[in-house]
Every structure is written in C-alpha cells, then in structure tokens.
Ligand binder design. Sequence first.
Ligand code: SIN
Length: 334
Amino acid sequence: MKTSKLPKVAVLGTGGTIAGSGASSTQYAGYRAAVTGVDELLMAIPPLKDVADLESEQVAQVASQNLGGATLLHLARRVNFWLNQTDCTGLVVTVGTNTLEETAYFLNLVVKSRKTVVVTGAMRPSTSLSADGPMNLYRAVVAAVSIQTVGLGVLVVMNDQIIAARDVHKMDTMTVDSFRAPVFGILGWVFDNQVRLYKRSARTHTCDTEFDVIDLNSLPRVDIVVGHQDDSGVAVSALVEAGAKGLVVAGAGSASLSEAMAEAVLSATRKGVVVVRAPRTATGIVMRNMEFDDALHGTVAGDTLSPAKARVLLALALAHGKQADEIQAAFDMY
Ligand code: SIN
C-alpha cells in the first residue's frame, strides 16, 4: 500500500500548447498543439514528486479553440468527480491558452467544491527552449495544495501570477506574460514553493452559483457578433436564422450599437433570443440602459465580462432555462 504524506492533486489534461510539440526548439511557427499526454508532462517535472501525490487524467487532447460545450461539460463533471474524493486536496487543469479565459470562467461557475482548482497552460510548446509550461504546471500544483487558496474560486496560475478566473484576460498573442487582470489586478504570486495572496474576488462562484451541470450534455448555441461603424446588423439576423439561442454583441464604447444593429437586435429579442451587450474595448463596464435602451430592446448589460466570458455565462444561464431578466441578475452577480 502507498503511504504518501503528500497531499493528493489530480491533474486533468485537455491539450493546448503546453502539450505542444515543434520540429525546432527555437521556432514556434508550425508547432502542433495537443500532442503530449498529461502523464508525460508531469514526468518531465521531477520536483513535483516533493510537492504532491499526483493523479492524472487525459480528459481531452485538443487545441482549445475546438473545445465545445459537450467537452466542457465532461471536463466539469470530471473535476467535480475528483474533488468529491475525500483524499483529493486540489486539482489542476492544463488547457490551451487561446481560450483559457473561457474554460477557467466556465469552471468557476460550475465546480461544486471549495477545494482549489487551478487552470494553467503555456505560451511556448513543450519542445521549445525556455518552455514556460513546466514551471507553470509546477506552480499550479503548488497553488493547488496551498491552504491559502481554498474557497477562492477557480484560479489561473501563469507566469508566477495567481489570477481569478473571472478577471483573467489574455492580452498578447505570443508573450509568456500574456495573462493579466487589467481591471481588477492579480490576486497574488507563486514564487518557489510559496503562495503569496493579497486579495480575493468578490463575485459569486463555484458552490454558491445556481449552475449544476450534472444532467447537462450540451449547451445552447450562443454566438458573438462584433459591432463596428455603420454596422448593418445582418450578422445578427443571420445568426438568429441559423438557430442561435443567445447572442453576445460586442459593441463600440459602452457597447453602443448602430441603428441598424439595434433594429436587428430588437427583432432577435422579440423572437426569444437573449442578447447580451458586452464591450468591444479591452476593458470596462457595460451598464444597463447606458448609451443604449436595454429596457426597450429587451437586452442584457454584460457588466465587466469580456464577450468571450459573457458567452459562457449566457450559455449556462440559457441551459438552466433562465429568461432575460434572470440573466441580467446573473450578470450582475457572477
Ligand atoms: C491552444 O489554445 O490550444 C493553443 C494555443 C496555446 O495553448 O497557447
């Protein structure tokens, strides 16, 4: 029988660049994401054996832009399964960074445990010089076993920083410091084996949300439309025609919409499609009835969520049968 005194951490792999492989250690162009198994990634980090007793599971092996609702729901169920094991202290999910924000925020809304869940990834493939994946994964496990991170909701650990899932934003296409929290700031750092925390997110998460994915096998279709000068609104009408149940419109400034777009949105909400306004800008709040008449158009103001995260919350709310007014309440809470 194994008699480890180390805390148990489950590491779930889903693919991405952290599991990527390239022909050259000095060039990123042309590498393939989602090649190396999570077991192999862990074996490449020998010091982890002194931090935690690791279990691993390959939940998916994809480039993250291909993650669909069914896979996300499966991932959430596996996270909840592992965290329900009494001997499991915490959990790490390795993901592709392209949509890390969405996966982390999704888990933040549906994980039913106060145990620590850390999402991490890498900007450089595992075969590159100075690959960032091994240290990110090491730091993620350190954060997952720390008593300090319990009950903080899903956390992202990238480039030594601890960031709340709701606040994290991918700011750069290439650099290893791409992940930041431009509006609300990071929660803390992991340096060596120490977690240093300075704040917590005030928004409701994990056990305290109304979202339970146990019986869900798919998520309703929600699309994002980016507004622009002289927008015709045709994209909105086409997506409604194509069967979208919800739309996020990323409007200019405070999510203002052109007259034509506003007309298309009104027609969509009259057909029962829930439309959320989110900012096209990198940061900022979209307030109800500010620069746009939400009451008249039946729309929802997206608060500070990016369009990608607004899409996640809208899909979950629709999957739980919520109407526009309840969805507005969800955006005000989560
Ligand atoms: C992906 O998101 O799957 C590929 C890119 C990355 O992980 O950085």
